[in-house]
Write a protein that binds this ligand. Structure first.
Ligand SMILES: [Zn+2]
Length: 316
């Protein structure tokens, strides 16, 4: 993956799996992973939209593919089968030029000392999932939406044990930190303990917060940063969560987060193929212009720059 990154300067990731499966008929409370066997055509439809839009890396439909999450659907005995099937579907859509990353989400359990799941048991669950993803032939593994460092450590250990390259992201959705209080700077320091190819932030509360998070990671010395932010800010409408981001919002976010130092850029919840297409077009047509967080947020010092400020505000 890093070879490809060096060649191109950045890599386009994909958008959301979950929210797009809901559009295709998944019902709240269903297991998205069960669709790898029951509705392979619909899972492939989501992958195909992203491949056609310009993704360099696509993530498998295995976010909840560990035994703790699958147990909620009585599928805990099919961990290997569901993960293997997911990689196969992604591979069929990826062809030779797009990389397939095996998605690994949290267990959904609270890890000790706050909760009851031991780090050792969490790692065992992740090892089971990563072996299914590796058997299926994933190019790399992709840990995402983590909020707890103990759980992240368990997942990184499991990913590293396969010998595959891996990436890891946390979700900084609670006042600039993760739900468990991890700051972007702490995360960058923590990741120095692992041989991850890339790391960064996903999901969260909209593009502006994600830009701030990536800026902080860059300042903390982060390298090969991943930005996979939600499609705008989630709003609760008619009993469900909707994402308000337009193609323009996502294109601007892609360009700005690239300039702040992110090198692997995609979308999370709510991001469709159309959004991703707009993001890829923006990245292709706007050369990298390094910007620091300070430059981005500093108010203009003379009146002449007022119109620039107005323009910038209206586009954000
Ligand atoms: Zn998300």
């Amino acid at each position: 993956m890093l070879g490809r990154l060096k060649e191109k300067g950045y890599l386009a990731l994909d958008g959301a799996m979950g929210s797009n499966l809901f559009q295709l008929g998944l019902i709240s409370g269903d297991s998205p992973e069960s669709w790898n066997l029951e509705h392979p055509d619909r899972v492939k439809k989501v992958h195909q939209a992203f491949v056609q839009s310009g993704s360099d890396v696509i993530l498998t439909n295995t976010f909840g593919g560990n035994r703790h999450r699958l147990k909620l659907h009585q599928l805990e005995n099919q961990v290997i089968e569901l993960n293997r099937a997911a990689v196969k579907l992604a591979r069929e859509c990826a062809g030779d030029s797009v990389m397939v990353a095996g998605s690994i989400g949290p267990t959904g359990e609270i890890i000790e000392p706050l909760g009851s799941l031991s780090v050792k048991d969490a790692e065992a669950a992740f090892r089971e999932q990563t072996s299914g993803l590796a058997e299926g032939g994933a190019d790399l593994l992709w840990i995402e939406t983590m909020s707890d460092l103990n759980e992240l450590q368990a997942a990184c250990n499991a990913a590293a044990s396969t010998g595959l390259p891996f990436a890891a992201t946390m979700s900084f959705d609670t006042a600039g930190s993760t739900m468990m209080g991890v700051s972007p700077t702490q995360f960058v320091q923590f990741m120095q303990n692992f041989p991850a190819s890339a790391y960064g932030a996903n999901c969260g509360v909209g593009p502006d917060q994600l830009l701030q998070t990536i800026g902080e990671m860059k300042q903390a010395g982060g390298k090969h940063l991943i930005a996979k932010g939600n499609c705008g800010i989630p709003v609760f409408q008619e009993g469900e969560i909707r994402y308000t981001g337009t193609e323009e919002v996502m294109a601007n976010y892609a360009r700005e987060v690239r300039n702040l130092g992110a090198e692997l850029i995609g979308g999370c919840c709510g991001t469709t193929g159309l959004h991703l297409h707009a993001m890829c077009a923006e990245l292709e047509t706007h050369p990298y212009q390094p910007t620091t967080l300070e430059q981005k947020t500093r108010p203009p010092s003379n009146p002449k720059s007022k119109s620039r400020r107005r323009r910038r505000n209206s586009s954000s």
